[in-house]
Design a protein around this ligand. Sequence first.
Ligand code: GH3
Ligand code: MG
Ligand code: MG
Ligand code: MG
Ligand code: MG
Length: 299
Amino acid sequence: MNVLVVDDQKSMRSVTSTVIREMGHDVTEAESGQVALDIYRSQKVDLMLLDVEMPGMDGFETARAIREHKSVWFPIIFLSAKTEPKFFVEGIRSGGDIYLYKPIVPEVLEAMVHAMERLALIQEELHQSKINMEKIANRDQLTGLINRRGFDNAVNLEITKSNADRSPLALILLDIDQFKQFNDTAGHQAGDECLKVVATILLKAMCRPADLVARYGGEEFAVLLHNTDLAGAQVVADRIVKTFEDFAYPHPNSSVSKFVTASGGGVQFEQGMTSSALLEAADRLLYVAKREGRNRIIF
Ligand code: GH3
Ligand code: MG
Ligand code: MG
Ligand code: MG
Ligand code: MG
């Protein structure tokens, strides 16, 4: 663990630091609450040992400032010569987890650090599983692409960015042509395989890592082209159509082609547009592409 030892007295800091280092942890020292806060903001702290009486910001204020931050929890152990119950109570109220009396008893400090380490581990596991669940929630299981939820989040982020720095942003919405017939003729499982192939086709047609491909709905896909204007998006659209042709994935019952094709609508983001307006604009063009014979992307 990265342990931050905060005490205005150098001798006290060294005694504490020695115990912690002997336990195998890395120690950073701070001589005031303010310095502790600066360190906490710039590097990862897994455990803080905090003195109470310090000139300027005392330990209680320091703990409160950290807890106000609402970052991921990490343990705070107070080490104080103030042994009256009211200080103990204030220590816990200000956000401390344990309050130990000075002079420190090394075995007791060690035991308490172990106890906090156990809790910190549980906390870390929870934090990781929260991150993993977010990832799962944003991904489509069949194709491995991000799903509508993930895509909508990404679009909103990109829109905020484009509104701020005026960078261009383009979106293409795609829908597989006569996919119902595909399923009806070849079966639903074959349809699922086809969806995976279409995901591969679209990923293959992208050439920049920042371009985002999503499975937006059943047989609908969306492509978000960051820092791309309409002309750039048209190049990508041509490449998408070309990649479908190259793959030549057989369609068992399509009036458009012997192979799987898709229709699409492409739009460029305009300042102030909402994400739903952007998607609706693409959807309208997609509908036009369907009406005009499918197997094309219209801008
Ligand atoms: P159009 O060319 O006008 O887009 O015709 P279409 O048949 O593709 O469109 P329609 O909306 O009538 O049908 C879409 C089909 O996509 C119907 C639905 O069963 C199928 N579908 C949606 N999600 C999945 C899926 O996850 N797996 C499979 N196999 N089929 C799916
Ligand atoms: Mg002190
Ligand atoms: Mg559809
Ligand atoms: Mg379709
Ligand atoms: Mg349809």
